[in-house]
Design a protein. Structure first.
Lengths: 186, 97
């Protein structure tokens, strides 16, 4: 041995679910057996922790036909707030980036009133604001004028929100968010 | 009134459409016309065709055949469009777990 070397490792100190997590949908298409039909193009943002209908994506015309797939495009940009506790102390997100990890790590605060949204991007989904496309098979639906099709875009984010750092060294603590699973619920 | 929308035709005309809860009849205000008429949509389209045909003939007789106006754009509630076209409706919900 030439000598001792210190290796610093960050560990997950706490995990949970963000208090708010906003998703921006920019496109929706459905496949009618021969072509993809565009239903929506724009920007519709929803806090998927609260849930509901994406603003502006309601009552859209869905032409007659039989559809078997849906394709959703959303931004790799997720404004989120949250709090996690470790060692008896609650930590809250802020808008400040930790350690130069832009859009990947939020500097925490222990002041609840200072909690602010941090815009995360998912490292595996490209650059900030990149379009992320997900395609889903659906139960074939034959559309008539009576059809009112309302699928749900579901993000699985439980235990993806993490407080990281070296235990006992609050200066090393930061928040990160692992990539959610995305699914369509009919 | 249940819903309303604005259609833009490729001959430069536009029309507003309002549907009331009694169904069937649509009330439309057309651009370039000061009066309000109450006709069905099909009747409106026939009138639009006739008017435009006459205008085209007067402006350029024999130069070009009349092209039936088509809808270029639609502005208004999705419900209005769906109700007019006979299409179904689509909404996207979001949630998390």
């Amino acid at each position: 041995m030439d000598g001792n070397k210190t290796v610093t490792a960050n560990f997950s100190l706490a995990t949970g679910k963000a208090a708010s997590f906003k998703v921006t949908v920019t496109g929706i298409e459905m496949f009618n057996g021969s072509t993809w039909v565009s239903l929506f193009s724009g920007a519709a943002q929803l806090d998927i922790v609260t849930g509901g209908v994406f603003p502006g994506v309601t009552g859209l015309a869905l032409g007659q036909g039989t559809y078997t797939k849906i394709r959703v495009t959303f931004k790799n940009s997720f404004p989120a707030t949250g709090t996690l506790s470790y060692g008896g102390t609650a930590y809250y997100t802020t808008a400040a980036t930790f350690g130069g990890q832009t859009n990947l790590a939020s500097t925490p605060t222990t002041v609840s009133g200072s909690m602010a949204a941090y815009t995360f991007r998912m490292a595996g989904w490209g650059a900030l604001n990149a379009n992320v496309v997900r395609e889903f098979d659906i139960t074939p639906i034959t559309v008539s004028d009576k059809t009112d099709y309302q699928p749900t875009l579901r993000f699985t984010i439980s235990n993806r929100f993490r407080l990281m750092g070296v235990s006992g060294s609050p200066g090393t603590y930061y928040f990160e968010h692992a990539g959610p699973n995305v699914s369509i619920v009919e | 009134m249940l819903d309303a929308g604005c259609w833009i035709l490729d001959d430069g005309y536009w029309m507003l459409e309002c549907r009331d809860e009694y169904g069937g009849e649509s009330k439309m205000n057309e651009s370039k016309k000061s009066e309000t008429v109450s006709v069905t949509r099909r009747e409106f389209c026939r009138k639009a065709v006739k008017r435009t045909t006459l205008a085209a003939a007067a402006a350029a007789a024999g130069v070009a055949a009349y092209k039936k106006p088509e809808i270029k754009s639609f502005f208004g509630a999705g419900d209005a469009y769906a109700a007019t076209t006979g299409a179904g409706k689509f909404s996207l919900k979001g949630d998390s777990n």
